[in-house]
Design a protein around this ligand. Structure first.
Ligand SMILES: CSC[C@H]1O[C@H](OP(=O)(O)O)[C@H](O)[C@@H]1O
Ligand SMILES: Nc1ncnc2[nH]cnc12
Length: 296
């Protein structure tokens, strides 16, 4: 058993959460640069919480400029064990409507050129990503959402596109009709990959704002339409998040899926061949497995 500490990464429309005891915006330095913003820490129902606005307060970062590695490292550094990602998304399904939530369990990654791993030359690591989200955490989010009277779909494939422009109609049709994606957004990758590398349980709550551009009755997606739905979705998300601490409880079991041990056999570089500078950078995310072999 370890102490539960919940990290929330808030997407478009969700730039803060309410009701924390001892709230404090804290600056966290990481070897991967600065996170998107300061992190709001505090506690809820006796459980440590850390909230990070993914785009920064004031929506400063675009999907490609979000410092994904720094964000995950900073949450890990603060002791977070469970990450809830909250994001706006478009829907590819008639039965997944704007205002509803999807607990994502699979991803198709179409992002390009983003820093997608903590590992590299001098410390090579390969984690499993077949089941990229944590089922226990996803179940808790679904239960919390239902308790908040939110219509929630348990399971769905999120297509992560590069953006910042929305998809063409041809792309939208391919993602939906050929690839079978359920929702689309721009930010869950490489975030989910990095959470797994950092041995963090990760659940993704995708809040539907639109039908992208495929739907014959809804025309093109545009930001005005998205913003009209975003505020209501953010209120629902805050309600859902407020119910999570009591569901997750203070003492956390070892993850049945192994998210918290993802690095156990993942690092291939032999200890003497490791780059000491990279090993030092990896201290927070991979210190559990690297520290016995650290040279300094
Ligand atoms: C507000 S429209 C597009 C924007 O919203 C989503 O952001 P997030 O995932 O952080 O909620 C989408 O991925 C785009 O970045
Ligand atoms: N249709 C869409 N495509 C990509 N990201 C989105 N975020 C919200 N709606 C979206």
């Amino acid at each position: 058993m370890t102490q539960t500490s919940i990290g929330v990464i808030g997407g478009s429309g969700l730039y803060q959460i309410d009701g924390l005891e001892n709230p404090q915006w804290r600056s966290v330095d990481t070897p991967w640069g600065a996170p998107s913003d300061q992190i709001l820490t505090g506690s809820l129902a006796g459980i440590d919480m850390a909230f990070l606005p993914r785009h920064g307060r004031g929506h400063v970062h675009c999907p490609a400029s979000i410092p994904y590695r720094a964000n995950i490292d900073a949450l890990k550094r603060l002791g977070v064990t469970d990450v809830i990602s909250v994001s706006a998304c478009g829907s590819f399904r008639h039965d997944m409507a704007p205002g509803e939530f999807v607990i994502v369990d699979q991803f198709i990654d179409r992002t390009v050129g983003r820093e997608a791993s903590f590992f590299g030359a001098g410390c090579v690591g390969h984690v499993s990503l077949a089941s990229p989200t944590c089922a226990r955490l996803g179940d808790a989010c679904a239960t919390a959402a239902r308790a908040a009277s939110i219509k929630v779909h348990r399971g769905g494939t999120y297509l992560a596109m590069e953006g910042p422009q929305f998809s063409t109609l041809a792309e939208s049709r391919i993602y939906r009709d050929v690839w079978g994606a359920d929702v689309i957004g721009m930010t869950n990758m490489p975030e989910a990959r990095l959470a797994r590398e950092a041995e963090l349980c990760y659940a993704s709550v995708a809040m539907i704002t639109d039908y992208d551009s495929w739907h014959p009755d809804h025309g093109e997606v545009d930001v005005t339409q998205i913003i009209a739905i975003l505020t209501g979705n953010a209120d629902k998300a805050r309600d859902m998040l407020g119910r999570l601490p009591t569901l997750l409880k203070a003492n956390r079991p070892i993850c049945a899926q192994g998210c918290d041990r993802a690095l156990e056999h993942a690092i291939l570089t032999a200890p003497p061949a490791r780059d000491p500078a990279l090993v030092t950078r990896l201290d927070a995310v991979a210190g559990r497995v690297l520290r016995p072999h650290m040279t300094r």
